[in-house]
Design a protein around this ligand. Structure first.
Ligand code: COA
Length: 703
């Protein structure tokens, strides 16, 4: 039902322009003029109390005067008239409002925005915007916006949170030769958001790929779900990636979780391909809208020039699809279409002598060969070849091969003739660019898309009822105490409940209790102060390690107590934690934040300087699958250390992946309670020997 409403809004058969104007230069004039100029075939109903017709179209004083049904209304009246006009639209039975009008939440008038959304809801209407340029659809010749013209027709569609950028990009489609079918300005997202549109595009047969310009998401989880289930590739350019809220964060994880990192991880989980800038958004959109995903790693590069071949080789490594030598039989076949001094390895260098036929034969063979998963075709303009003819040979070879399930990208380096050939190739559905780097970057996006689809996490984790119950008892007791910081003992008990082994620990209120606990745990031991008022225990002289016998334990107990009182005379001291001195292991950190956009989000990295100085950490939004957990382990720069660098035995990565999955369940189950947490250090032992949380911290949400 909802999709039908969006259909009427975005592909209307009839449209009212509320606040249509006969005065050139006004937005209400521009919308009418655009609808007419760009050939909209549906019914147009200008609404203006003072005019009888605008640009030859009969004008109505009020919506209720319109004789027919109205699918969509483009709102061009000032904000102060919007409440009344939304009500009128509802009464008339309009389905969707495209609200160009500014003056809502973007200037602090969220109340006004809520009011129009509530009216719309009452009538079953949807609202696009407010504060937008409008909505455009090439296949409906619908320019319901103040964008000067429809974009160059194509198979991609764009949703932009910035209206001005949408207009600019619409114009750029013509010069960049990247075609779009729909351009949708989403503005304040008071109602319709990215997720709604991603879902709607699933059934839009005119859209093969969805490009997004995102400033910020309102509901990150809904976005992930919609994007993950999208039938079409999604590519996103995210702006505003500076750290958010980092300064105020109480935990390590909080201070490391910049927007860029969390968004980057969430996009991965959502199978969304990222663009690095506007150029890259256009380039990758061109590739993703016209080419199939690259199903394997075997990328073959064909060239008539060594230099561009090397540039492509470097780029392939940079973008994560390093070139491999083609098998002997493939090389032998390639050799047939090059001089003696050519190279059939990879890149396949046909040399500067390569003409139309060599390109034709080599491309046709290369794409048909079962070893090849994707093809990058390079060409340097020479005086013995004609770029246009080379382009035609490439297209003919692909067509004649009949292969449709392998992606191809092209780079033509040269002057005007090459540029003309690039445009021709693009018009004929083969993404072509100037620089080899770009051709490789685009095919890398097609490879990434295939990988993300394969790794897609469709896990639905059930809450761990038993662990939740135990954790809630601990949390409620702490809250009763008026605390939001759990003690290490409490935090470790929660980690244990969620299947993460922790070092043995016991609370001792007196010296004798400490000695008894030490005996039970076994020397050597560690002793730490337990006080909600002393979070940085070492700074307070509240930690003693490697305590080997009873005499040392007695001395440590008394010293720690003395230090703690000296550090903070009125500190509420629960006692001293007597703890097993864990054997040496590789230190890693697992941590969590409750991200404002994505909710419970997990961080993983190597401990010590790796996290402190190098910030070598990675994030995932919870829940995390075991495949994703392994991915996290493998994607940090220090992955080799866990794999067993410099003769060390490999670490127990299976147990670590398991701990990541368990950690992710813990923060999801307790999302209403835990604000931030970390297990730092988490000691990982050799393969088969597991791991242990040596120190733990959980900070509760303030209620
Ligand atoms: N019913 C019908 N018509 C109405 C009306 C109503 N309730 N209230 C006003 N109008 C008419 C006006 O009479 C006027 O027509 P006219 O030219 O014949 O007098 C027309 O609607 C527009 O109203 P006006 O007061 O002239 O406003 P405007 O055209 O200067 O500005 C907006 C209206 C919506 C464009 C402006 O308020 C606005 O929000 N601009 C920002 C748009 C924007 O930048 N969006 C984001 C892009 S990223």
């Amino acid at each position: 039902m909802d999709k039908k409403v969006l259909n009427k809004m975005l592909r209307p058969k009839s449209v009212a322009v509320v606040g249509a104007s006969a005065t050139p230069g006004k937005i209400g004039y521009s919308v009418i003029s655009n609808l007419l100029k760009d050939g909209y075939k549906g019914k147009i109903y200008p609404i203006n109390p003072k005019e009888s017709e605008i640009l030859g179209v009969k004008c109505y004083a009020e919506l209720k005067d319109v004789p027919g049904e109205i699918d969509s209304a483009v709102m061009c009246v000032p904000a102060k008239a919007m409440v009344e006009m939304t009500e009128e639209c509802g009464k008339k039975g309009v389905k969707g409002l495209i609200v160009i009008t500014s003056g809502f939440s973007e200037i602090g008038r969220k109340d006004l925005e809520d009011e129009i959304v509530n009216i719309a809801k009452r009538y079953g209407m949807r609202i696009l915007g407010p504060n937008i340029v409008g909505s455009l659809s090439n296949s409906d010749k619908f320019n319901g916006s103040f964008c000067p013209s429809l974009p160059l027709p194509g198979k991609a569609s764009l949703v932009s949170q910035s209206g001005a950028l949408l207009i600019a990009l619409a114009m750029a489609t013509w010069t960049r030769k990247v075609g779009f079918d729909k351009l949708i300005s989403i503005g304040n997202m008071a109602d319709v958001d990215f997720a709604d549109l991603i879902e709607w595009f699933n059934d839009d047969e005119d859209t093969s790929c969805v490009s997004l310009y995102i400033e910020g998401l309102k509901n990150g989880r809904r976005f992930i779900d919609a994007a993950k289930n999208s039938k079409k590739p999604i590519i996103a350019l995210k702006s505003g990636v500076s750290a958010h809220g980092a300064a105020a964060a109480a935990s390590h994880t909080g201070s490391l979780a910049g927007a860029a990192k969390v968004y980057g991880s969430a996009f991965k989980q959502a199978c969304v391909i990222q663009a690095s800038d506007l150029d890259n958004l256009f380039d990758r959109t061109l590739g993703l809208s016209s080419q199939p995903p690259m199903k394997g790693d075997n990328l073959l590069v064909l060239t008539n020039g060594g230099g561009v071949g090397v540039l492509a080789t470097d780029a392939a490594e940079r973008y994560g699809i390093p070139l491999k030598f083609a098998p002997e039989d493939v090389q032998a076949e390639m050799k047939k279409h090059m001089p003696e001094f050519g190279s059939a390895k990879n890149p396949v260098d046909m040399t500067g002598m390569a003409g139309n036929e060599w390109y034709y034969e080599t491309v046709k063979y290369a794409i048909s060969n079962k070893w090849t998963d994707g093809l990058v075709i390079l060409y340097c303009e020479t005086s013995i070849t004609n770029p246009h003819e080379i382009a035609e040979s490439i297209k003919r070879a692909i067509d004649d091969s009949g292969v449709k399930n392998k992606p191809v990208t092209v780079s033509f380096v040269g002057g005007d003739r090459s540029n003309e050939a690039i445009a021709w190739l693009n018009e004929h559905g083969i993404p072509a660019f100037f620089a080899p780097d770009v051709a490789v970057n685009v095919i890398a996006a097609l490879r990434e898309y295939a990988i993300l689809q394969e790794q897609k996490n469709n896990i639905h984790v059930k809450p761990n009822e038993k662990a939740m119950k135990k954790s809630m008892e601990i949390i409620e007791a702490a809250r009763k105490d008026g605390r939001t910081a759990l003690t290490e003992i409490e935090a470790k008990a929660i980690f244990e409940a969620y299947g993460m082994p922790t070092t043995k620990i016991a609370l001792a209120k007196t010296e004798e209790e400490a000695i008894a606990a030490a005996k039970k745990i076994g020397y050597p031991i560690v002793m730490k102060i337990v006080s909600p008022d002393i979070l940085h225990k070492s700074d307070a002289g509240g930690v003693k390690v490697n305590i080997k016998d009873e005499a040392a334990a007695r001395e440590a107990f008394n010293t720690i107590m003395k230090n703690a009182k000296a550090y903070k005379a009125d500190a509420n001291i629960h006692g001293i934690a007597v703890q097993e001195m864990a054997p040496w292991g590789t230190e890693v950190i697992l941590g969590s934040i409750n991200d404002p956009t994505f909710g419970p989000t997990l961080m993983f990295g190597l401990g010590g300087i790796f996290v402190e100085v190098l910030k070598d950490v990675t994030f995932r939004v919870s829940p995390v699958s075991s495949v994703e957990a392994m991915d996290m382990i493998n994607e940090i720069k220090g992955a080799k250390i866990l794999a067993g660098a410099r003769g060390e035995a490999p670490r127990d990565r299976k147990a670590l992946a398991n701990a990541i999955v368990n950690y992710s369940s813990m923060i999801l189950d307790l999302k209403d309670e835990i604000a931030e947490s970390d297990a730092n250090p988490f000691l990982v032992y050799a393969e088969g020997e597991g791991l242990k949380v040596a120190d733990a911290r959980i900070i509760l949400k303030k209620k």
